[in-house]
Each structure stands twice: as structure tokens, then as C-alpha cells.
Design a protein around this ligand. Structure first.
Ligand SMILES: NC(=O)c1ccc[n+]([C@@H]2O[C@H](COP(=O)([O-])OP(=O)(O)OC[C@H]3O[C@@H](n4cnc5c(N)ncnc54)[C@H](OP(=O)(O)O)[C@@H]3O)[C@@H](O)[C@H]2O)c1
Ligand SMILES: [Zn+2]
Length: 431
């Protein structure tokens, strides 16, 4: 029986979606390996078959398109019905290191193929040559891209070049997913400032801190409190193990972690990425500490290995600053807002260091200050089905103290917890 006339196009659309999902999944494999570049995945398809695919890593230098073209060349000819001509394969290999494939090096596997990619191919020479030229030279006939490159140096010019060379270009498939994947890069490439995500775990009564058995009496005035719920006494964590694994994943996807000295003094945390997954640069641990109260015996200080920076108002040549430096901790004096380091200046400094994404994991004092300073782009709050049953160990543990409304909300469950994520700023609105 003949297929209905429309079925061809319907299945072509479905195939486009499948290959774009593959490109997005490949791109995500570059997490923690691409910054300060974007995560990009590419799939090269000919006659319905994947003939090459790849993703970018910063240390791998080559862009995803080139990795996919090279993979098409490397694939043994017999594996895909002799699509790759051996002579061409030799030529293309020698052409690839420059990042530009010459017409002579054009590869049979790529000729007439469709490239699926989550980000617009570049048209400028950076550490590699322009990918647009490589795709044109390789004879790719169609490019399906999820989104334009937010980099002002590209921003549509890559598509223009491809179209001028007669390549069919479609833009926008899975755009929302692609934009999410590229949001930190988009924020940084336009503003040179990192995307800041505030992460917090709260009880259902809005507390960031569970009462410690010793705090069952107010440490401020000695007013007796009602007996604390048993669960709160037994469990020092607010959030579930599943939430805490998710937070590890968030740390893995971040370039820097920002906290306040209040959290360090209260919890003595390590604040490392313990996923065990590879990352190109160590997670930079950053402490806001106006008066250099960071104890040299703290876990943070003892584990410092060129990955711990303290932003302060204290003099850089003070005895404590010198002691911290001797312990391998970087001490940076920044401009102040009153007695405290200016958070905007801190974020700008992190941006100068090519930090694309910062995870804010602090107590309510720094969280509130960050929200008030307008440096927070998105929030992810984990709500645990627990009731702290007290109004907090002082104002520091009591809410965020800055009214805001979030947009583009998503929710997810982690064990018994649910997490709400939303945005305060649209990083794509600047263009
Ligand atoms: N549930 C959660 O998700 C979560 C996460 C983290 C922490 N916590 C809890 O929060 C509690 C600590 O809260 P906290 O509010 O005391 O600590 P915090 O917010 O982590 O740190 C606050 C301190 O940071 C310093 N700071 C430096 N620059 C600042 C600036 N520009 N703006 C504001 N503060 C600045 C200030 O001390 P100096 O002026 O002396 O520098 C301030 O007291 C702990 O009990 C911890 O367990 C909960
Ligand atoms: Zn490129």
C-alpha cells in the first residue's frame, strides 16, 4: 500500500527532532569541559544515517562541527557502505588541524549531508578557523541549528555565510532547550559577567537552618522554646540525599561557588565538586569575608589548592591576609559598599577570570545582599517536607529579605523534596 503523501514530511520532521535531540545530548557531554566556550554538539546525517558526530571541549580545541566531520572521515568505509572515499579521507585529515577543510579535502561522507547542531556555526577565526567555511568546503547541503550564536562576533553572520553558499538553513528546532544549555555562555559573552544561580534548601516553614539540639533555647535571650520535632534533631540536613546529589551536579556544571563567611563559620563545609566527573578547571571556591575571619583550620582553608579565593575589605598586607596567602588562599581586596565588599565588583572580577557560571550557596545574609544587589539571575530552591518549628537562629536564617518574582518556572522532585527553579533576569533579552 502506498504511504499517504504527507507521511514523508512528517517523518522528516520527526527525524530532525531525533537528530537535534542527539546533538543536544552530545553538547551536554561537554559540561565542565567547554567553559569559557559554549557547549556544542553536532550530528552529521546522510541518507538517514549518522555518518559523524561529536561535541566540543575547550582542550580538544576543535569545534563540534569539525569533530563530526572528522568522525565521518575516520569511520571505516565498510561500516557505512563505502560512503567515505579513502583518498578523500587522507586529504581531509591533513586539512583539519587548521580548522578549515579545503575544497580539495572535501569529504564524500559529508557531501550532501545534513548537519544538526545546537548553536550557529562560527564564521570567525579564533583558536580555530571558521566552521562555516569547513562546512561549505565539505559539501554539507543543509544545516539545522537550534539557535543563533549569542556571541556578537557571530550573531547570524554564520547562517548568512552558509545561505550565501547555497546551504539550506533552518533555525529554531528545540530552541528552548538549546538556550537553556547556552545561558551561562550567553550571559558572559554579552556582559562579561557570570550567570549567578542562587541555590537554597528550605524547610516548609521557610527556614534555611534546622535547629541544632544546642539551640533549642534561644541563644540570644534564653527564652525557652517548645521541644523540637524529633526528625529535626536526628537529621542535620534539610534536603534529601537525592537533592544533595542534584546540588553536586549543579556544582559540577558551575565554574565557581560563592558563599559567605557566616556559612563557613557555622558549618565548616568543603564546598567541592564531588561528582568524580572530569572538569577542565577546578571549581573555584569563593568566600565573601569582609574582615578575614576565615579560620586557617577550616576544611576550606586546609583543602585550598589554587581553588580558594576570599574577597575582603581587609588590607591585603594584614597579618591574617599574609597567613591565608601562605596557606595557598588567594586574598582579594575589592571596592566596598559600606563595610562589606561590593558584590557587583566581585561578579565583575569573576567574569574577568572567565567564570561563566557562579553557584551561590550561602546563608540568608549573603543571599539577601546578592538579591538586593541584583546579581542573581536565577534561583533554585529545594523544599523539604520538614518543619523547622522555630523562627531561626537570628535574622540570618530567616528568609531572603528581598521581594522578587521569578519567571519561566520549572519544578522537579528529588526524593521527598521538590525543587522550584525560576529566572529573575532573561539573559537573552539584552539582544
Ligand atoms: N539551607 C541552605 O541552603 C543553606 C545554604 C547555606 C547556608 N545555610 C545556613 O546559613 C547559615 C549561615 O547564614 P549567614 O547568613 O550567617 O551566612 P552567609 O550568608 O553565608 O554569610 C554572611 C556573611 O558574609 C559576609 N559578607 C561579606 N560580604 C558580604 C556582602 N557583600 N553582603 C553580605 N554579607 C557579606 C558577612 O560577614 P562579614 O561582614 O564578617 O564578612 C555576613 O555576615 C548557616 O547556619 C548555614 O547552615 C543554609
Ligand atoms: Zn566553529
Amino acid at each position: 500500500m502506498n504511504e499517504p503523501a504527507s507521511s514523508g514530511s512528517v517523518s522528516a520532521v520527526a527525524a530532525d527532532a531525533v537528530f537535534m535531540d542527539r546533538a543536544l545530548a552530545l553538547a551536554a557531554r561537554g559540561v565542565a569541559l567547554t567553559s569559557p566556550n559554549p557547549m556544542v554538539g553536532a550530528v552529521l546525517v546522510r541518507d538517514g544515517l549518522v555518518v559523524g558526530e561529536g561535541f566540543h571541549t575547550y582542550d580538544g580545541v576543535r569545534h563540534a562541527e569539525i569533530v563530526a566531520l572528522e568522525a565521518a572521515v575516520k569511520r571505516p568505509a565498510e561500516k557505512h557502505g563505502g560512503l567515505v572515499d579513502r583518498a578523500f579521507r587522507h586529504d581531509i585529515k591533513s586539512a583539519i588541524p587548521s580548522g578549515v577543510l579545503t575544497p580539495e579535502g572535501a569529504c564524500e561522507a559529508a557531501r550532501g549531508a545534513t548537519l544538526y547542531i545546537n548553536l550557529e556555526p562560527c564564521c570567525h577565526t579564533g583558536r580555530t578557523g571558521p566552521c562555516t567555511q569547513a562546512l561549505i568546503a565539505a559539501g554539507v547541503s543543509r544545516v539545522v541549528a537550534a539557535m543563533a550564536d549569542p556571541n556578537p562576533a557571530v550573531a547570524g553572520r554564520g547562517f548568512k555565510q552558509l545561505r550565501a553558499a547555497g546551504i539550506e538553513v533552518s533555525i529554531g528546532l528545540r530552541e528552548a532547550e538549546a538556550r537553556r544549555l547556552a545561558e551561562a555562555f550567553a550571559k558572559w559573552i554579552v556582559s562579561r559577567q557570570p550567570l549567578v544561580t542562587l541555590k537554597s534548601a528550605l524547610t516548609l516553614d521557610g527556614q534555611l537552618v534546622l535547629p541544632h539540639p544546642r539551640l533549642s533555647r534561644s541563644h540570644r535571650g534564653g527564652r525557652a522554646r517548645p521541644p523540637l520535632p524529633r526528625i529535626a534533631l536526628k537529621d542535620r540536613w534539610i534536603s534529601s540525599p537525592e537533592s544533595r546529589s542534584e546540588v553536586q551536579r549543579m556544582r559540577h556544571a558551575s565554574d565557581a561557588l560563592l558563599t559567605g563567611i557566616g556559612t563557613v563559620l557555622a558549618d565548616d563545609p568543603l564546598l567541592t565538586d564531588r561528582t568524580g566527573l572530569p572538569r577542565r578547571r577546578k571549581l573555584l571556591r569563593v568566600v565573601m569575608d569582609s574582615r578575614l575571619r576565615l579560620p586557617l583550620r577550616s576544611k576550606l582553608a586546609r583543602s585550598a589548592d589554587k581553588d580558594l579565593t576570599v574577597f575582603t575589605r581587609a588590607k591585603e598586607d594584614s597579618p591574617k591576609a599574609r597567613a591565608l596567602r601562605r596557606a595557598g588562599i588567594e586574598v582579594v581586596r575589592v571596592a566596598g559598599r559600606g563595610a562589606k565588599p561590593d558584590l557587583r565588583a566581585v561578579v565583575e572580577e569573576l567574569g574577568r577570570r572567565e567564570m561563566l557560571s557562579v553557584l551561590l550557596e550561602a546563608g540568608a545574609t549573603l543571599n539577601s545582599a546578592a538579591l538586593s544587589a541584583g546579581i542573581v539571575d536565577k534561583m533554585r530552591v529545594f523544599f523539604a517536607p520538614k518543619v523547622a518549628g522555630f523562627s531561626g537562629a537570628g535574622a540570618a536564617s530567616n528568609g531572603f529579605q528581598a521581594a522578587r518574582e521569578l519567571h519561566d518556572l520549572t519544578m522537579a522532585q528529588f526524593g521527598a523534596d521538590f525543587a522550584v527553579e525560576g529566572y529573575l533576569h532573561d539573559v537573552y533579552r539584552t539582544r
